[in-house]
Ligand binder design. Structure first.
Ligand code: SF4
Ligand code: SF4
Ligand code: SF4
Length: 353
């Protein structure tokens, strides 16, 4: 069944937390007059245009993100879902949400349960690494997030964990794996802390490798916690393709819809120059097939000199154009080191079977 995923930003960049590395607040600096909350005209248009995108049944996933999407209020979601239910007759609908977790209470739990939301929780490892960057008005937030996770668990709501690897966090891979295992987390994704678009400091390639190597050593012992990058590398090294955007070195058009209805091709590039159109005035098809989409998909990206004769080039091709700066510099690639490391371990393991 064909699937479309629509990433919806009900409150744009607005958030109750002040993480110092927040890439979406950085992105917003490059747009003028951001609207702070999506109004009904905009989300009705999203619903109508996604439902009309295809006449035959498809799967449509509405994925709410922020900022902190719970700040839109529970009535926003109840009304959104009612409007979908009123209009949809053929498609399979799924809901997901990416949240910092600190606002989840029983009313949200009821909503997630009733409509089978998949909930992504942002948690940066153990307390010391999480609270290092993720604070609410200066206060620690770790325990609030853990309370929310326990509520999700208690109510059997599907959730996964999204963690940002910072330079600080890169020293604690083993502790983090053990903690995630003790917490019985099943699905986790780590993403590198990006430098600001205008330049600055993000995760460094050597930190990238150190973190993932230690994480991999711990993960290999029991493989009880799924780590999305390791799953993807395993597929790639075994000739299979099941990868998230950028793993094979090229972009694909995601559909990111901002509060004012403007549409962008990628969360990292929700910038004025990449605006594909507006859901109030254009169809999804017009947006994803226009000239700006074409330019976004074709534009040049940075490579490392190491890419020139890299043995993994065919399964990487310089990786994601926004995240690769955390993987390599001119003469060193932490991702290549990781691929070599994992390949060696897998080869040795296979020899011993
Ligand atoms: S919780 Fe997410 S959206 Fe909010 S400040 Fe932190 S990184 Fe940004
Ligand atoms: S920048 Fe990265 S995440 Fe965004 S579309 Fe391109 S490959 Fe995908
Ligand atoms: S050097 Fe790194 S980024 Fe370049 S192709 Fe190899 S693994 Fe990919």
């Amino acid at each position: 069944m064909e699937k479309i995923t629509v990433l919806i930003k009900p409150v744009s960049f607005v958030c109750n937390m002040q993480c110092d590395y927040c890439f979406y607040k950085d992105v917003i600096k490059y747009r003028t007059n951001p609207v702070k909350k999506m109004n009904k005209n905009v989300y009705l248009s999203i619903i109508k245009k996604t439902l009309n995108h295809c006449e035959t049944p498809i799967e449509i996933e509405y994925c709410f993100q922020g900022g902190e999407p719970l700040l839109a209020g529970i009535e926003f979601y109840k009304d959104f879902i009612d409007e979908v239910n009123l209009r949809n007759t053929v498609h399979m609908i799924k809901y997901s949400i990416q949240t910092n977790g600190t606002l989840i209470d029983n009313q949200w739990i009821d909503l997630f349960k009733q409509y089978h939301f998949l909930v992504g929780i942002s948690l940066d490892g153990i307390q010391i690494t999480h609270d290092f960057h993720r604070r609410i008005k200066g206060e620690e937030s770790f325990h609030k997030v853990i309370v929310a996770i326990n509520l999700l668990k208690h109510n059997n709501i599907d959730f996964n964990i999204l963690s940002v690897i910072t330079s600080h966090m890169s020293m604690y891979a083993k502790d983090i794996y053990r903690f995630y295992k003790d917490m019985n987390f099943k699905y986790t994704q780590f993403i590198p802390c990006l430098p600001p678009l205008g330049g600055g400091v993000g995760l460094k390639p050597k930190e990238f490798f150190r973190f993932y190597r230690e994480l991999y050593d711990e993960y290999r012992k029991d493989q009880q916690v799924h780590i999305s990058l390791f799953d993807q590398i395993h597929y790639l090294l075994n000739g299979q393709i099941d990868c998230s955007c950028g793993m094979l070195g090229y972009c694909s058009i995601q559909i990111v819809i901002e509060t004012d209805g403007s549409i962008y091709p990628c969360d990292f590039y929700a910038l004025r120059k990449y605006c594909l159109g507006n859901i109030l005035h254009h169809s999804l098809k017009e947006c994803i097939t226009n000239k700006i989409a074409y330019i976004f998909l074709r534009e040049e990206k940075e490579y490392s000199y190491v890419c020139d004769d890299c043995e993994f080039y065919s399964i990487c091709q310089g990786n994601c154009k926004r995240q690769n700066v955390c993987m390599f510099d001119e003469y060193y690639c932490g991702y290549k080191e990781l691929l070599k490391y994992i390949k060696n371990k897998e080869d040795k393991h296979n020899e011993n079977i």
